[in-house]
Design a binder for this molecule. Structure first.
Ligand code: FES
Length: 56
């Protein structure tokens, strides 16, 4: 599903960024561009990052 409509970032892309080595929300944001425009997706994006990091 799309987490960030402004940048077209899906939850799968966020997970992939973490599997590829990102280890914080900030790194995921820099890598995928998630939440870099309106910022409305930040809450959900952070949640996906947190969930993914806890099961890597
Ligand atoms: Fe992610 Fe707007 S929906 S920055």
């Amino acid at each position: 599903m799309y987490v960030c409509l402004c940048q077209g970032v899906t939850d799968g892309q966020i997970r992939d960024a973490i599997y590829d080595g990102c280890c914080s929300y900030r790194e995921v944001r820099e890598t995928t561009g998630v939440a870099t425009q309106c910022g409305k997706c930040a809450c959900v994006a952070k949640q996906v990052v947190r969930e993914t990091l806890s099961d890597v």
